[in-house]
Write a protein that binds this ligand. Structure first.
Ligand code: GDP
Ligand code: FE
Ligand code: FE
Ligand code: FE
Length: 195
């Protein structure tokens, strides 16, 4: 088990703080802490989990034109342009993390891309599941059912992931929001295994 590299994390935290409002930076610190807890419970590299948690929303406060520019620069799927910040800050945000923070670990970058929508059962790494759940369960979250979701996730990371996929899909549909295709695909795939 690799321990958390405190000095590197501190330097990274400083860079992240410069690009985010206080409230969102504090969310990132809490996601880092929760990701470390879930990493310990699931035999995952704590340092990798801490880094992923700290930087997962790094690009969340960029403008639409910054995201559009990045989509063109990296030659990403042009359909992305039909979506907005909730989808862009993960899928496209990972490229800001790579280009500006110099993080090249492909598992971390993939986990950031998947942190809002999840992905198919067989496609999500343990790191990706840990980040997905840490973002949902960090100690500042207080939605109805959060304690139940924390307990469930302590018992089984996979059960937690499916709970979140199912709750988020119902919530978005209840609000009449458009659902990103990958969110649907992820839910349907997990439902085959865990429903
Ligand atoms: P945050 O960045 O810490 O606020 O959390 P997330 O990255 O998990 O989610 C960002 C927002 O995207 C939340 O409001 C989610 O409800 C929303 N979201 C998640 N999946 C979808 C989707 O498929 N479509 C749309 N329109 N929004 C989504
Ligand atoms: Fe996010
Ligand atoms: Fe999330
Ligand atoms: Fe987040």
């Amino acid at each position: 088990m690799v321990a958390v590299d405190e000095k590197y994390i501190e330097e990274l935290a400083h860079k992240v703080s410069e690009k985010l409002s206080d409230h969102r930076f504090e969310h990132c610190l809490r996601v880092k802490d929760y990701a470390i807890k879930l990493a310990k419970q699931n035999n995952l590299d704590e340092n990798q989990a801490a880094i992923a948690g700290l930087v997962h929303d790094y690009a969340k406060e960029r403008s639409a034109s910054d995201f559009i520019q990045k989509i063109d620069e990296k030659g990403l799927d042009p359909d992305l342009k039909n979506w907005g910040n909730p989808i862009w800050h993960g899928v496209v945000g990972a490229y800001f993390v790579q280009d500006e923070l110099g993080i090249n670990d492909p598992e971390i970058l993939e986990a950031i891309k998947e942190h809002t929508t999840g992905d198919k059962y067989g496609k999500m790494s343990v790191l990706s599941k840990v980040l997905f759940m840490a973002d949902y369960l960090e100690m500042g979250r207080n939605f109805p059912g959060v304690e139940r979701a924390r307990t469930l996730t302590d018992e089984s990371l996979d059960a937690g992931v499916f709970y979140q996929l199912s709750s988020t899909l119902s919530y978005l549909a209840g609000q009449g929001n458009p659902i990103y295709p990958k969110t649907f695909t992820a839910y349907n795939d997990w439902a085959q295994y865990l429903a």
